[in-house]
Design a protein around this ligand. Structure first.
Ligand code: ADP
Length: 444
């Protein structure tokens, strides 16, 4: 480019010099200069006009080639043309990405909905229309909570805590189950992803029903078998000696089966029962003392020292039998997995956020890598030991379920050989104090 620019400069200088020389020769310097400059100027105007015409063509037809021109002006035209082509390719590329994004989001089975920071619908894909009945353009810029009217959705939408998805029935068809997951992005804008989980939901229901039915059906036969075994073993002296050991083992295993069935039934009740009856305020200390005395009785042969440290008059809003089952599972575990003569401490602490019920023991402890999996059903650290302790592998799964139903969490800390500490953390809004209640009653 610069080369042609220099050439142009040389040409101008040459023509000017020639004009000056000729002007001097003919003694018409001014005239020659004027004619030369006018000619040059006219050419420049002509080229600018061509450029102008071409540019106005380009606006309509982006592929129009530039006007033919040599030298300096040719370079300018080509330069502009190259820039314009580059621009065109970039925008075609962007358009193709945009088209792909549009096409792929339209092909998605999930509904994807963008919500602006005012909480109004901004954009959605095709599935958004199919699953939720959103209509374009009527529903654009409408508040999301106007279009999905389920109160659980608006609770979820405004809660701004989206770690868990929300499952509700479709506003269009009650038989369809939808799962909503909201992600925040940008400046408080929301991305809602909605999946049709009807099938998964149905399978899940079938699984729950199946477990509940199987456990229920097994209960009677196992009870009958254990009953007969017990009667037989009551008269152990009349039994032929070589049958004694097998019968005792049969009794032990049938007890285990009874325990498994009992725990499975408990779990399936926890899974299916609606969360009600949690409005009773339970005296925490009293419940813990009860668990303590039951454990002392059940594990009398181990001679553990079990202590309860809890302030009086502390009330926790919960389902009593569920809470009992959670805490007793923890304490029974502590008793089971602690060698005889151990120390088990049941302790309650309250701060401004939470109530913590912790059960700690100085037993065998648990290795770090087992801890995240302990609450899985049938997960056992040591399978051989589990059968000798009569464990079902369901205890901690029950604890976890109960806690989830109470908005609580389980924290597990343990060191092999030193002991374990299981802590149930309840939100403080479930706690009241008996003295406050009395005051309210007295004041009212
Ligand atoms: P189980 O019926 O086998 O006790 P759980 O679900 O109650 O089943 O517990 C799962 C596993 O966690 C147990 O098999 C045991 O290995 C381990 N565990 C639970 N509590 C304790 C504890 N206090 N000390 C050591 N190990 C424990």
């Amino acid at each position: 480019l610069l080369q042609n620019w220099r050439k142009e400069l040389h040409r101008v200088l040459f023509v000017l010099a020639a004009a000056i020389v000729l002007g001097l020769v003919f003694d018409q310097l001014l005239l020659f200069l004027l004619v030369t400059l006018t000619a040059y100027f006219a050419n420049a105007i002509y080229q600018v006009r061509r450029l102008y015409l071409w540019l106005s063509h380009l606006a309509e037809e982006s592929n129009t080639p530039p006007p033919e021109s040599k030298g300096f002006w040719g370079d300018i035209f080509d330069g502009i043309y190259r820039l314009q082509q580059r621009e065109r390719r970039a925008s075609e590329y962007l358009q193709s990405i945009l088209d792909k994004a549009q096409e792929s989001s339209a092909a998605l089975e999930m509904a994807v909905i963008l919500i602006d920071k005012q909480g109004n619908l901004d954009w959605w894909n095709k599935a958004g229309g199919d699953l939720l009945g959103l209509r374009y353009p009527q529903d654009k810029h409408q508040p999301a909570t106007n279009l999905i009217r389920d109160p659980r959705f608006s609770d979820y939408f405004y809660k701004e805590k989206f770690s868990e998805p929300l499952t509700i029935n479709s506003p269009r068809d009650n038989n369809i189950v939808l799962e909503f997951q909201i992600t925040l992005f940008g400046e408080r804008e929301k991305l809602i992803v909605v999946r049709d989980i009807t099938q998964i939901h149905r399978l899940e229901l079938m699984r729950k029903d199946f477990v509940a039915n199987v456990s229920h059906e097994l209960r009677t036969p196992i009870t009958v078998i254990s009953g007969y075994l017990e009667t037989l073993l009551e008269n152990i002296d009349s039994i032929e000696p070589r049958w004694r050991k097998p019968l005792q083992q049969m009794q032990q295993q049938s007890r285990r089966m009874e325990n498994i069935v009992r725990d499975l039934l408990m779990l399936s009740r926890l899974e299916t029962k609606a969360i009600t009856r949690q409005q009773t305020a339970i005296d925490v200390r009293q419940l813990l003392l009860e668990v303590r005395s039951d454990s002392l009785q059940l594990f009398a042969d181990k001679g553990h020292d079990i202590s309860v440290a809890c302030e009086q008059g502390m009330l926790l809003r919960a389902d009593r039998s569920e809470l009992y089952s959670a805490v007793s599972n923890l304490v029974f575990n502590a008793a089971k997995y602690t060698p005889a003569g151990g120390r088990i401490v049941i302790e309650v602490a309250v701060d401004s956020n939470a109530l913590r019920i912790s059960v700690s023991d100085n037993g065998i402890g648990i290795e770090e890598h087992h801890i995240p999996r302990l609450t899985e059903r049938f997960y056992r650290v040591d399978v051989s030991r589990a059968s000798s302790t009569g464990g079902t592998g369901l205890g901690l799964a029950i604890v976890k379920h109960v806690l989830v139903r109470h908005g609580a969490t389980l924290d597990i800390a343990s060191q092999p050989g030193k002991g374990s500490c299981f802590t149930c953390i309840f939100p403080i809004n479930r706690v009241t104090w008996a003295k406050d209640l009395q005051q309210v009653a007295g004041g009212g």
